[in-house]
Design a protein around this ligand. Structure first.
Ligand code: KAW
Ligand code: ZN
Length: 515
């Protein structure tokens, strides 16, 4: 399944598009309803549908292994590593605290999409078609910031053009990230990392492009594999992956059994915490990526909107991926209704619908890497919560005062030590103990996240109130009109060529007949 995913392509007119970077770019940059549908649907046809039988086999095998390990099913096995009584109840409780925020963002974005695509494709009381949000899975929406910008004309921090203008390549992006880690007194990436990591997509062989970080368990070899594109998104992913490597470096002295994160969510949160500082306008200006910045409330809201389109939009997706798998593993979802259940959850949690009717001959969950590659996902939801708890604690340690979204811990030895001391523990203590060491709290809490986004929440409530928006998506039965057929430019070119050849042949034929 992973191989099919990694080599999958969508073809039209004799030209094929890979997921990374071709389809990613279409999903992010196109504003053509039909073209977006072509990429979205084509990817699901290429890698989702064909995975169905393999996935059934996979579920059987996974459950057999779980039972052999004294667990009722594979979902229970996955949840057991968190060592809490009821992980599902814990994460749902957190999600319900954050749901009002997601719903405000959803209503705001739906209005903006309505202004672009109109009433044929967007219903202001209904769910949003899943292919319009700038990402193949609608899991983060930051690529449609141009549509959603609260104050056009005010500063909005998109560093993609600056990275390109200033001649950044993948290596320089990695070096910049490394410098942030070392500025905190954390470890630099070791020579083996620089010598053996794969940081650009090779053109002489097929590779799994989904980013990952490897611990070779010999205390010196640690590597990243990433098909880096020169974009803001990939700059963030670099920090994310380096966060995994930093954790590996910090706990490499421990016995092998403890060389893990205290909590899988911690492993996924380390790099993201640093990225919260790195991507502040003040920091990007300080390191010369941004030439100008401005400090006023409207630019602030623009900045927070960009962050929210990533962090807040992701929350329901981060949760539903495993809610779906837990249901399949424990048999609550029959194997014959896997796709129906997927879309039930996409509607319930994310307020999204497929752009056209789906059936059980589709298998849309399998169009996502972690599903076909057996990587549990609730860790990313948990990491979203922890990273703001960590961020607040590190900002306090660095002496930051003022709003949390303006904090940059760059060069703070105090913040670096607090983080490093926690990472050094690996899995040698229960996670609440490690959490307490850094934040003083023993529980996951959404309060820091809420605090970070407070000014944006206020703005969204005011703006949605002013437009009299429906909060939520009560019109659940609504469906968008069918997308018009879309022809890729190469299809159009080859059709034009075909038409020319046909006309030429007809002319010859007519000339011949007349003669
Ligand atoms: C995300 C995370 C951070 C920032 C932005 C984000 N946007 C979306 C996500 C969630 C998720 C995604 O793309 O849907 N992110 C990733 O998958 C990043 C890749 C990874 O670093 O998490 C990688 C996934 C992986 C796991 C197992 C095999 C192959 C790939 N995880 C690791 O490399 C890893 C390393 C150490 C410990 C645990 C995991
Ligand atoms: Zn990760």
């Amino acid at each position: 399944m992973t191989t099919r995913y990694s080599t999958g392509e969508v073809c039209a007119g004799g030209e094929c598009s890979s997921l990374d970077p071709d389809l990613y770019r279409i999903m992010a940059e196109s504003r053509d309803y039909a073209e977006l549908y072509w990429a979205w649907d084509g990817w699901r046809d290429a890698v989702g549908k064909p995975a169905r039988d393999d996935y059934k086999e996979y579920v059987r095998g996974k459950n057999k292994a779980a039972v052999a390990n004294d667990q009722p099913d594979s979902g229970a096995y996955w949840r057991s590593v968190y060592e809490v009584d009821d992980l599902k109840a814990d994460v749902l409780k957190l999600y319900n605290e954050l749901k009002p925020f997601y719903q405000q963002l959803h209503a705001y974005v739906r209005r903006k999409l309505y202004n672009v695509y109109g009433s044929k494709y967007i219903n202001l009381d209904g769910p949003i078609p899943a292919h319009l949000l700038g990402n193949m899975w609608a899991q983060k929406w930051r690529e449609i910031f141009d549509i959603c910008e609260p104050f056009p004309g005010k500063l909005s921090v998109d560093i993609t053009p600056s990275l390109k203008e200033k001649g950044y390549d993948a290596l320089r992006m990695f070096e910049t990230a490394d410098e942030f880690f070392t500025s905190l007194g954390l470890y630099p990436m070791p020579p083996e990392f620089w010598n053996h990591s794969m940081i650009v997509k090779p053109d002489d062989r097929e590779v799994v492009c989904h980013a990952s970080a490897f611990d070779f368990y010999n205390q010196k070899d640690f590597r990243i594999k990433q098909c880096t594109d020169i974009t803001q998104t990939d700059f963030r992913t670099i920090h994310h992956e380096m966060g995994h490597i930093q954790y590996y470096l910090q706990y490499k002295h421990l016995p092998v059994v403890y060389r893990r994160g205290a909590n899988n969510g911690f492993h996924e949160a380390v790099g993201d915490v640093l990225a919260l500082s790195v991507t502040t306008p003040k920091h990007l200006h300080a390191i010369g990526i941004l030439d100008e910045i401005s400090d006023d409330p409207e630019s602030d809201i623009n900045y927070l909107m960009r962050v929210a389109l990533d962090k807040i939009a992701f929350l329901p997706f981060g949760l539903l991926m495993d809610i779906w798998r837990w249901g399949i593993f424990d048999g609550t979802t029959p194997i014959t209704k896997m796709n129906e259940e997927w879309w039930k959850l996409r509607l319930e949690y994310q307020g999204l619908i497929p752009p056209t009717k789906r059936s059980e001959s589709d298998f849309d969950a399998a169009a996502k890497y972690h599903i076909v590659s057996d990587v549990p996902y609730v860790r990313y939801f948990i990491a979203r919560i922890f990273q703001f708890q960590f961020h607040e604690a590190l900002c306090n340690a660095s002496g930051h005062t003022g709003p949390l979204h303006k904090c940059d811990i760059y060069q703070s030895q105090e913040a670096g030590k607090l983080l490093g001391d926690m990472l050094k523990l690996g899995a040698s203590v229960p996670w609440p103990v490690a959490l307490e060491k850094i934040t003083g709290q023993r529980q996951m809490s959404a309060l820091s996240l809420v605090k970070y986004f407070e000014p944006l929440m206020e703005y969204l409530e005011k703006e949605n109130g002013r437009n009299n928006e429906t909060i939520g998506w009560p019109n659940k039965e609504w469906m968008p009109e069918a997308p018009p057929a879309w022809k890729s430019s190469s299809t159009r070119t080859s059709m034009a060529t075909t038409t020319l050849i046909q006309m030429y042949l007809i002319t010859i034929l007519l000339t011949y007949c007349v003669m």
